[in-house]
Design a protein. Structure first.
Length: 141
């Protein structure tokens, strides 16, 4: 499961922009074989007096944490590609906003600590995972 937690100050994203970004994120993961329902994007609006960068309140800021559970990068080069992909996905949504401070990080969490609807997800790339992706739903296996 990729979990994107997006903290932002007011006015950064409209409802439509949130939907477009969440869809774009999901489309990418689907292309690499993940079921769409694995992808979660959470938008949390934070007041400027509750978001600090460098010890100062931030009038326009975005901080994104991405948790990868279903797939992990195998080496430094793949981690760099992932960071560049995330950067490229976010830039069109964020770079044109004047005075915006934005950053992200990606964590890789053990899939041993992950369940969906009480089930351990099937191994990545397995026939069962492909069936889940086709059905876009969890099913016992």
């Amino acid at each position: 499961m990729p979990l994107w937690t997006i903290h932002h100050t007011p006015g950064i994203f409209t409802g439509e922009e949130k939907h477009r970004l969440a869809s774009r994120i999901t489309d990418h993961y689907e292309k690499i074989g993940l079921p769409r329902f694995y992808v979660v994007a959470l938008f949390h609006e934070i007041q400027p007096e509750d978001m600090y960068f460098g010890g100062e309140p931030t009038p326009a800021g975005v901080r994104i944490t991405i948790d990868h559970i279903a797939r992990h990068n195998v080496d430094q080069e793949s981690r760099r590609r992932t960071a560049q992909w995330v950067n490229g996905m976010l830039r069109p949504h964020l770079e044109e906003k004047a005075g915006l401070h934005w950053e992200f990080s990606v964590d890789e969490t053990s899939e041993d600590l992950w369940m969906i609807n009480g089930l351990v997800p099937p191994p990545g790339g397995s026939d069962v995972e492909r069936q889940w992706a086709k059905d876009n739903a969890v099913s016992p296996y």
